[in-house]
Design a binder for this molecule. Structure first.
Ligand SMILES: Cc1cc2nc3c(=O)[nH]c(=O)nc-3n(C[C@H](O)[C@H](O)[C@H](O)COP(=O)(O)OP(=O)(O)OC[C@H]3O[C@@H](n4cnc5c(N)ncnc54)[C@H](O)[C@@H]3O)c2cc1C
Length: 487
């Protein structure tokens, strides 16, 4: 059966406006030549929009956020993206590009036009001598990495998973771990951005630097990222050491772990006396894949089968549940070498809610202790771990790591479990450390409480007002966390 969502794409492709490529420009500039093109596209688009309302539904990966866009488009070219955006804006309809739907909050939702970029996902260039590669924005990080590696290139750091698209990861400041490495947006050196009037802005540190600076963590508010160019490393293998250690030991030696390893993180499942630590460092040793073990570790162990079982037992026999959690796990140790992207990322099968906060690195130990105490006092069984990571400071206005070396603390709850009270209590702790929430995860903050946390907030808003003066790329979440566009 044909995917009903492709209908939109075909209708977009038929529009006369799509035939002419959008002109590259530097802002600000007027382009009288494009007005007729956009009017024609708007008329065509408005007709389809009216038919399309309510007929389509979009959900995020976790199945916890959903929307009914006016229409879902699947463009294949930058021209088509530009025509859809320009024509929607002209009739006052909103537009939202989505990636793989791996955000936990409403950041990707829209009641306007939704651009699903899965068919706009090619690697355009990869150059081993300049260590640069350019991808279309709908390409997933998994595919990007798989295509780069045989070309002798790799991303310097990645998050836990690689399902995200290039643009989705950039938009929310997605990060991995390691104090010498910034969030993934710090690896971006150039972008092509489709702005609200349907024109394309090419930006980098040299060209339109203010737009570039803001769009590196743009939360989807500055336009549709068409392509992104990354600064890369020569392809490398990582030596992974994964070890269960007593939690107290990990916390006592936290600074050593973080400073002595390129990429250090740990997970702690409430109720357990152990932490699952991961230490990844570059190595010249050849890869020796351990796929079967990794699957077990990620899907069974890390997905908290054991933790969950203890919670289930705890519901009927609290003392037995507590005993089980104290015993999880026995001494597990893993040591292997593999391609960087296979070590950085793993599969996630269990669906859940997540909140993640970014605090100054120096506050890590105290804040972890307070979260632990809060969990231990709570009567609610917490079946999923907290995850602790680190990242370098950067200068991107809305990056969660802006201006400070950072520790991130993430809390999780299974999809069908109530999370609000637990997350709100953890958020209250994080606010004592000027914690900044991940833009793609759950939190309870608003523009008025977020603004004081970001010294370059107004700079971001000025860039936003230049490229999206009428809020074409806004949605309910952005209205809450960024407020209205102010010229
Ligand atoms: C299992 C799991 C593990 C995760 N692990 C990590 C992790 O290790 N580190 C971390 O930091 N985060 C992590 N996340 C969060 C995730 O990286 C972010 O939410 C990311 O934004 C998701 O990318 P996506 O492609 O799914 O984008 P979506 O969730 O679909 O969209 C996110 C935002 O990007 C915007 N966007 C998408 N495409 C474009 C475009 N072309 N132009 C402009 N804006 C665009 C959307 O409008 C939206 O605002 C994880 C999430 C899950 C579900």
């Amino acid at each position: 059966m044909p995917d009903p969502r492709t209908v939109s794409h075909r209708s977009a492709a038929r529009r006369p406006a799509a035939r002419r490529p959008p002109r590259l420009r530097r802002l600000p500039e007027t382009r009288p030549g494009t007005i007729m093109r956009l009017v024609k596209a708007a008329i065509a688009n408005a007709e389809v929009s009216l038919q399309g309302r309510g007929a389509t539904r979009w959900r995020n990966w976790a199945g916890t956020q959903a929307c009914s866009p006016l229409q879902i488009h699947r463009p294949r070219t930058e021209d088509e993206i530009a025509a859809i955006v320009g024509s929607a804006a002209i009739v006052g309809e909103r537009v939202k590009a989505v990636g793989s739907g791996h955000s936990f909050n409403g950041v990707a939702l829209t009641d306007g036009h939704l651009l699903d970029l899965r068919d706009y996902a090619r690697l355009l260039r990869a150059n081993r001598s300049t260590l640069r590669a350019t991808a279309q924005s709908g390409m997933t990080l998994a595919r990007f990495s798989r295509r780069l590696f045989p070309r002798g290139l790799a991303m310097e750091d990645m998050g836990d998973i690689a399902y995200q698209t290039v643009a989705g990861a950039i938009a929310t400041g997605t990060h991995g771990t390691g104090l010498r490495y910034g969030c993934l947006s710090t690896q971006v050196v150039g972008m092509r951005l489709v702005t609200a009037d349907g024109s394309v802005v090419e930006c980098s540190t040299e060209e339109d630097p203010e737009i570039f600076r803001a769009a590196r963590v743009g939360v989807g508010a500055l336009g549709v990222i068409s392509t992104a160019t990354f600064r890369l490393e020569p392809a490398f293998n990582l030596h992974a050491r994964e070890q269960m250690l007593p939690l107290e030991e990990v916390i006592d030696a936290l600074d050593e772990h973080v400073d002595q390893n390129q990429h250090f993180e740990f997970f702690w499942t409430p109720g357990s006396r152990y932490a699952f630590t991961k230490r990844n460092n570059r190595t010249a040793r050849p890869a020796q894949s351990l796929a079967a073990w990794r699957r077990f570790r990620d899907d069974v162990l890390l997905a908290n089968l054991a933790g969950n079982a203890a919670v289930q037992v705890g519901r009927v026999a609290p003392a037995a549940g507590r005993r089980m959690r104290r015993l999880i796990p026995s001494a597990t140790r893993e040591d292997y070498v593999d391609r960087s992207y296979l070590v950085f990322t793993s599969e996630r099968k269990v669906r859940f809610h997540e909140m993640e906060y970014f605090i100054p690195r120096e506050a890590a130990r105290e804040a972890i202790g307070r979260v632990r105490a809060l969990i231990e006092r709570s009567e609610q069984p917490i079946s999923m771990p907290i995850e602790v990571r680190f990242a370098a400071a950067d200068d991107i206005p809305l990056s969660m790591c802006e201006g400070r070396a950072t520790c991130s603390i993430a809390v999780h709850m299974r999809r069908h479990e109530p999370y609000e009270q637990y997350f709100a209590a953890v958020e209250a702790v994080m606010r004592d450390y000027d914690g900044r929430p991940h833009w793609g995860k759950l939190h309870f903050q608003r523009a008025s409480t977020l603004r004081p946390l970001y010294p370059q907030w107004d700079r971001f808003q000025q860039a936003r007002a230049r490229v999206d003066p009428n809020g074409t790329f806004s949605n309910e979440y952005l209205d809450r966390v960024l407020g209205p566009v102010r010229g």
